[in-house]
Design a protein around this ligand. Structure first.
Ligand code: BES
Ligand code: MN
Ligand code: MN
Length: 462
């Protein structure tokens, strides 16, 4: 495969303009007020896939948001790569912390991105990274170099749990048959330290509700005499970790995959600066489970975190009140062998059991998914390694990520193929945060590297 560099150089402005158009549509899957925009984004993705050279593209209806499916089959005897990505984005709030509006993309230079970075919700997660694949396909078809078959499956519900995709995949196994799945929805260590993600954490997401008295009460007349749901909830949550920051739910660690000393030593070799880590977050110390490094805490160990907590009066000034109810949203990141449904049950049982007298507790499971690990000796991994060597001049480092793409474990189970996670984002890109951005260099480097993967995967399959 010839280097895509000259083609990219020539078409760079258009590649950026097209992505910017896509980023202008607020495809927020979590908020039904944006339904029209989510649907509009699916149409836009369809159009771009057609332009890039897919033979057929369909908008596949589901019980939720549609899945855009496209393919170009050149020869049934050749390998087939299935590309997955998502066109939905996270809600942009808090809006006032954005330096420019989240759906009015601008390119600005930053310290890490002297060539400029595209600031917009979805720029990195995942419209920008998904679109790299569309442009890589354009390069291969327009220069007559597509070496194998390709299928695209771009969904619109990743940020809310991919429930329709699960339905779609189990119903369409034949249509989706492939030799390897390729995803760019993760990150890499640094611009000069390419890495391939070999693991994702699983997830169990729950919402809890603590109810005390049947109405909000005067905190003077009743304070001290009835259980205050907010006091109770915070106490219950605090008890979920012990003094070593281990999670106290009985059975929580039973199935946790234990890494050998050798594996942990290998992990510790990846370049990492604790000083820079703290500096980037403006914190004077890191925090976490005793006995594990920062990189282990955020990848190979399970966690429990409150994502939101509310109740009572939060308006201006003071209101003396004991709320009738308090709520929290809690996520548990899981590691290989932990079953998310079992963990959700353990959480529910435990949380209900620690409720003191005087309150009622409800636990509502949201969504979840299994963790994923992939070996580094598979054909797909080796082909990806070669692709990075070609475009970065360096062997990429395998790295387990702390994030989750719950559907990946299901792909392996249902479609029986390995997933290769070629992510080009940086930790500092602020995905899910205000001022999300994606480096122009990273975007173009992705477009350059992807065709090499097609080439090596096809060659090595022979
Ligand atoms: N692309 C992210 C996941 C990710 C980011 C993995 C960076 C590794 C590195 C994905 O869109 C995401 O945000 N997933 C959610 C889970 C989902 C069920 C809402 C997550 O990890 O919180
Ligand atoms: Mn994503
Ligand atoms: Mn995301």
């Amino acid at each position: 495969m010839k280097s895509a560099k000259p083609y990219i150089e020539k078409n760079k402005e258009r590649f950026l303009d097209e992505l910017i158009e896509l980023l202008k549509i607020p495809s927020i899957s979590a908020d039904s007020a944006y339904k029209k925009d989510v649907l509009k984004t699916a149409e836009a993705v369809k159009k771009q896939l057609e332009k890039a050279g897919c033979d057929s593209v369909e908008i596949c209806e589901t019980p939720g948001y549609p899945i855009v499916y496209g393919e170009k089959i050149i020869d049934k005897k050749l390998p087939t790569i299935l590309v997955y990505g998502h066109y939905d984005v996270q809600p942009p709030d808090p809006l006032d912390l954005w330096e420019s509006p989240p759906f009015e993309p601008v390119i600005k230079k930053t310290k890490l991105h002297p060539e400029g970075a595209i600031f917009a919700r979805g720029s990195c997660d995942d419209k920008g990274q998904m679109y790299m694949h569309v442009k890589a396909l354009e390069y291969m078809t327009k220069t007559d170099q597509l070496p194998c078959n390709v299928k695209f499956m771009i969904e619109g519900e990743e940020e809310v749990g991919s429930s329709s995709l699960e339905w779609f995949v189990t119903k369409n196994k034949k249509k989706l048959a492939n030799d390897v799945i390729l995803i760019s929805d993760t990150g890499m260590i640094a611009k000069d330290v390419p890495s391939i993600t070999t693991g994702l954490r699983g997830l169990s997401y729950v919402e809890v509700e603590v109810t005390g008295p049947n109405r909000d009460l005067h905190s003077g007349l009743y304070g001290g005499a009835v259980a205050n749901p907010i006091n109770v909830l915070t106490k219950m949550i605090a008890s979920l970790h012990d003094k070593n920051n281990h999670i106290t739910i009985p059975g929580f660690y039973d199935d946790v995959e234990k890494l050998s000393k050798k594996e942990r030593e290998k992990m510790a070799e990846a370049p990492f600066s604790l000083e820079n880590y703290k500096k980037a977050l403006d914190i004077d110390a890191v925090y976490g489970e005793k006995g594990y490094s920062t990189n282990e805490r955020n990848s190979i160990r399970p966690t429990l975190d409150v994502n939101g907590i509310w109740g009572g009066y939060i308006g201006e000034g003071a209101k003396t009140v004991i709320a009738s109810k308090a709520f929290a949203k809690i996520s548990m990141r899981l590691v290989p062998n932990q079953d998310w449904k079992k963990i959700t049950e353990l959480f529910k049982k435990h949380f209900e059991s620690i409720a003191p007298e005087g309150v009622r507790v409800k636990v509502k499971p949201h969504h979840g998914g299994q963790a994923y690990v992939t070996p580094i000796d598979s054909l797909g991994y080796k082909a990806a390694e070669k692709a990075y060597e070609e475009t970065f001049g360096k062997t990429p480092i395998p790295q387990r990520s702390g994030g989750s793409i719950p559907i990946v474990a299901l792909f392996e189970k249902e479609l029986k193929s390995k997933t290769i996670l070629m992510g080009f984002g940086l930790d500092s890109d602020a995905i899910h945060s205000p001022n999300e951005h994606f480096g122009v260099w990273n975007y173009l480097k992705g477009i350059e590297t992807i065709p090499q993967f097609y080439h090596f995967f096809t060659e090595m399959s022979k």
